[in-house]
Design a protein around this ligand. Structure first.
Ligand SMILES: [Zn+2]
Ligand SMILES: [Zn+2]
Length: 272
């Protein structure tokens, strides 16, 4: 089985497991139609996958192969054991993704695209896939640049991408974890309750908990929120400027960054 097939099999399996768990142990009440949102979010995923393939091919892994053959990047210069390079590579790539997430919140131009992710009125496994195509292309370019600078092996990039995909599905899922388990997991990784706070309408909460895999970056850099103002099931998800399902149709999501109203979605307090 090649890397792409493995990634697809893991992705589909985790997606289905989370979807089933959401039926049995939901954490948060639903306000929008689940089938409708699934259609929109999976539609975006299909479009993004197609675009990414057309424009970049196997982008980040390919970049790691090029960097390796030309000796580019820190890890290709250093002669460390491959296990250590894999560990450091995965941890550093995770930090880079954390930094990227902070940037798309703080820079108004990037926020115009990232707003699509935050416009979801509910949070479930499919929300982890809901990104504007331009944001996906931008993050691929960013990842390629990081890979050239860092020089991780293709295996490191593949491992990181699989972890990132699985964790994005897990942390967006609408599932209940027992309090103690959530507490314990959160010491290391981002849990659904932790990421739900990031999707709260409260700006202070939206601008916190940026991590995707490891919770350590938020803790270290002062962007961690342990508890939302409201209890988890009462957290209002989304943005206070977009509250109606009619505003977040597939077409509206694609046009969102271009519309004049887009300025409304940009929260000035993001520049704090
Ligand atoms: Zn965000
Ligand atoms: Zn999210």
């Amino acid at each position: 089985m090649d890397g792409d097939t493995l990634r697809l099999v893991i992705f589909i399996s985790v997606f289905l497991i989370m979807l089933i768990l959401e039926l049995f142990i939901p954490r948060h009440p639903i306000v929008d139609s689940k089938p409708r949102r699934l259609g929109i979010n999976l539609g975006l995923t299909g479009l993004n996958t197609l675009l990414a393939r057309l424009v970049f091919g196997a982008a980040a892994v390919g970049a790691a192969k090029i960097a390796g053959s030309r000796g580019w990047g820190l890890l290709n210069v250093l002669d460390w054991p491959s296990e250590m390079e894999l560990f450091i590579g995965v941890v550093f790539l995770d930090f880079a993704i954390y930094v990227q997430h902070v940037i798309v919140h703080k820079v108004p131009f990037f926020w115009l695209f990232h707003v699509v992710h935050h416009s979801d009125l509910d949070l479930d496994v499919s929300s982890g896939l809901r990104f504007h195509p331009i944001e996906i292309l931008g993050s691929m370019l960013y990842k390629i640049a990081i890979v050239y600078l860092l020089g991780p092996s293709p295996l490191t990039v593949l491992v990181f991408e699989v972890i990132l995909n699985v964790m994005a599905l897990f942390s967006h899922s609408n599932i209940t974890l027992p309090g103690k388990i959530d507490h314990l997991c959160r010491k290391i990784i981002v849990t659904p309750d932790m990421h739900r706070i990031h999707h709260s309408v409260e700006v202070r909460e939206t601008n916190s908990n940026y991590g995707f895999n490891l919770s350590v970056w938020d803790r270290l850099l002062g962007t961690y929120t342990q508890e939302a103002l409201k209890e988890q099931p009462e957290i209002v998800i989304g943005l206070d400027t977009i509250r109606h399902p009619d505003e977040v149709t597939f077409k509206n999501l694609l046009l969102m960054p271009l519309r004049n109203r887009a300025q409304e979605y940009s929260q000035p307090s993001h520049l704090n």
